[in-house]
Design a protein around this ligand. Structure first.
Ligand SMILES: [Zn+2]
Length: 320
C-alpha cells in the first residue's frame, strides 16, 4: 500500500512539475524573443514589431516547430552565403558572393543558425528598401511574393505594436456567457442549399440580437454580404488564422475593415441572414456560424473550431 501511495505521489509530482515547467518555458520564450527583436531594432532602426510579425508568420507556416526554437525566420543557404560560396561564414566572403547573411552579434561570423545574425540580416534586407511602412511592405512583397503573406505580417505588426507585446494569449467565447445559447459539433455535416457542401464551422444557436464578440486579437479583414453567410465578418488573428462570423442581423456601429480588435470586442449581433440576395433573413433559426481557416503560406483550409470553442468557454467561466 505504502509503495502504491509513493508511486502515485511521484507520478503526481511529475505531472505538476512538468506542467509548471512548460508554462515557465513559454513565458521565458516570449521574453527571449522580445529581447532579440528589441536588440535588432536598436541596431537597424526597424521597429521591433516587424521582426516579431515576420517571425510569427514563419513559425505559423512551419510544421512541428521544436519548442526550443527561438526564432523561426530562416534563409536558404544559397541566399545566405551566395551562389558558389560553400559555407564560408565571413561577411567579406559572403558579400563577394552576393549572399545576404550578416553578422549581428559581432563574433565576425554570419551564422544562418544564430538568432541574432538571422534577425540582423532580415533588418539589413528591410533597411535596403527604406524605413516607411510602404517601404517595408514592398520589401516584404519582394520577399514573399504573395499578397496574403504581406497583409498578414503587416496586420500582425500593427496588433503587436498597439498592444505593445507578443504574448497575446487571451481568448473569449464568441457569445457572452450571460446569454442563452447552445451548440453541438456539426463539423462536416452536409448542407443542402447551393448544392452539396460540407459544413465548415460550428453553429451557435442564440436569440436575435445576442452580441457577437471577437474571440481573439486580430484585424478585420472582410465585411459585407455573402450569398451563404449573409452579413458576415472575417478577422485574421496574429497566428494567421482567419475567423469567420456569419448570419449576423447587423454589425456593431463603427466596425470597419482594417480595424484592430481584441478578445471580447463586440463586432455584431446574432441574426439569420443569408441564403438569398442582400437582406434575405429568416430562412433558418437565428444562429452564429463560426468558422476557422488556417493558412500555410500557399493555401487556406478550414478546420474544426468546436474544440477551441469548448476551451474558450471554459476559459470564460474560470475568469469569474
Ligand atoms: Zn453554420
Amino acid at each position: 500500500m505504502y509503495r502504491i501511495i509513493c508511486a502515485m505521489l511521484v507520478f503526481l509530482f511529475i505531472l505538476v512539475s512538468t506542467d509548471t515547467l512548460h508554462a515557465e518555458e513559454n513565458d521565458d520564450m516570449y521574453k527571449k524573443r522580445m529581447e532579440l527583436y528589441k536588440k535588432t531594432e536598436a541596431i537597424t532602426s526597424i521597429p521591433w514589431y516587424y521582426f516579431a510579425a515576420i517571425d510569427q508568420y514563419e513559425r505559423n507556416i512551419q510544421k512541428d516547430v521544436p519548442s526550443s526554437q527561438i526564432i523561426s525566420i530562416s534563409f536558404e543557404p544559397v541566399k545566405w552565403f551566395g551562389p558558389g560560396n560553400i559555407n564560408n561564414k565571413s561577411e567579406t566572403a559572403i558579400t563577394i558572393f552576393n549572399g545576404i547573411g550578416r553578422d549581428g552579434n559581432g563574433d565576425q561570423k554570419a551564422d544562418p543558425k544564430n538568432p541574432e545574425d538571422i534577425l540582423y540580416t532580415m533588418g539589413q534586407y528591410l533597411q535596403s528598401y527604406g524605413y516607411s511602412k510602404e517601404d517595408i511592405k514592398i520589401a516584404l512583397w519582394n520577399y514573399y511574393q504573395r499578397d496574403l503573406s504581406v497583409q498578414s505580417i503587416m496586420d500582425t505588426a500593427r496588433v503587436f505594436n498597439k498592444f505593445n507585446g507578443i504574448e497575446l494569449t487571451d481568448r473569449v467565447f464568441p457569445l457572452p456567457s450571460n446569454y442563452n445559447y447552445s451548440y453541438n459539433n456539426t463539423w462536416g455535416n452536409r448542407r443542402g442549399f447551393g448544392g452539396l457542401r460540407i459544413h465548415e464551422g460550428t453553429d451557435i444557436f442564440a436569440d436575435y440580437g445576442t452580441p457577437v464578440r471577437s474571440s481573439t486579437y486580430g484585424v478585420v479583414e472582410l465585411m459585407g454580404w455573402n450569398l451563404f453567410g449573409g452579413w458576415r465578418i472575417g478577422l485574421r488573428d496574429v497566428h494567421n488564422i482567419y475567423h469567420y462570423y456569419a448570419h449576423l442581423s447587423k454589425y456593431k456601429d463603427g466596425i470597419k475593415v482594417g480595424q484592430i480588435i481584441k478578445p471580447g470586442d463586440v463586432i455584431g449581433y446574432v441574426g439569420s441572414t443569408g441564403y438569398g440576395p442582400p437582406g434575405t433573413s429568416g430562412k433558418f433559426p437565428p444562429h452564429l456560424h463560426y468558422g476557422m481557416y488556417k493558412d500555410n503560406g500557399y493555401s487556406e483550409w478550414s478546420f474544426d473550431p468546436y474544440p477551441y470553442l469548448k476551451k474558450w468557454e471554459r476559459m470564460d467561466k474560470s475568469k469569474k
